[in-house]
Design a protein around this ligand. Structure first.
Ligand code: MN
Length: 244
């Protein structure tokens, strides 16, 4: 059988540890192409660039990628450029991440990591998004990814949904396991809370600090509950424009 071809993307930028270890895990299973933003491009959802041309550069990405491109655009731009121009072959799977910070609950709506996976899905490519806690390191993701990836590739998902995986912020030996088919919690992981200062010119400086939520108020079978309880959470996210 032909080995699978992967397109690996992210929203945190091509030079981040998260995309390196996702590409490395994929390279154990197949051929890897990388297309990622040239700079930090989080919370862009599925935004695309329409008024300016994109600048695309080949970048070294040893040892896992056959070829890697840095794109000065959004995560969805990277997917479009890779699929329709840059890649010499059509990928079997798109992998997005590993994001710095959870993509659970309402945060999914803002996520460039998920936006890139949705762009893949809308182009007919089976797609998956991976995220990790912004606290702690990526040791758990690194150690769990190879076997989890193999399981996900063999699990059929409807052509109108992506897999969304979140790694809790714990050491590999502290992880309590994988919880499948978690529901998306109807809530934010952090509550909106602005710190406000008035500037000399009369304008306000407002920064959303985000207050942690109380675990007792989180639905038990949800993605948020799983990661906050030390489990790897796997959910399906349905693409709004593919739901007939
Ligand atoms: Mn990000």
């Amino acid at each position: 059988m032909r080995i699978p071809v992967f397109l690996v993307v992210n929203d945190d930028g091509v030079d981040t540890e998260g995309i390196r270890l996702l590409a490395a895990a994929a390279a154990q299973l197949g051929e890897v192409y990388v297309a990622a933003p040239s700079r930090q491009s989080s919370a862009m959802s599925q935004r695309i660039t329409i008024y300016e041309p994109l600048t695309v550069r080949r970048v070294p990405f040893p040892p896992s990628a056959v070829c890697a491109w840095s794109v000065d655009g959004t995560p969805a731009d990277c997917v479009k450029a890779a699929l329709h121009e840059l890649m010499p072959v059509w990928p079997d799977f798109l992998l997005s991440g590993v994001n710095f910070g959870y993509n659970t609950g309402f945060d999914i709506a803002y996520s460039g990591t998920v936006g890139a996976a949705m762009e893949g899905l809308m182009n007919g490519v089976p797609s998956m998004a991976f995220s990790s806690s912004h606290e702690g390191d990526l040791a758990l993701a690194e150690c769990a990814l190879p076997s989890l990836l193999e399981r996900l590739l063999n699990r059929e998902v409807e052509r109108k949904a992506i897999w969304n995986v979140n790694f809790p912020g714990v050491r590999p030996e502290e992880c309590r396991g994988i919880l499948w088919n978690r529901r998306i919690a109807p809530m934010q992981l952090y509550l909106d809370a602005f710190s406000v200062e008035e500037r000399e010119d009369g304008s306000l400086s407002m920064k959303n600090q985000g207050l942690p939520i109380d675990l007792k108020r989180v639905p038990e079978n949800s993605d948020v509950h799983a990661v906050l309880s030390g489990y790897i959470s796997v959910s399906k996210i349905y693409c709004p424009v593919l739901q007939g």
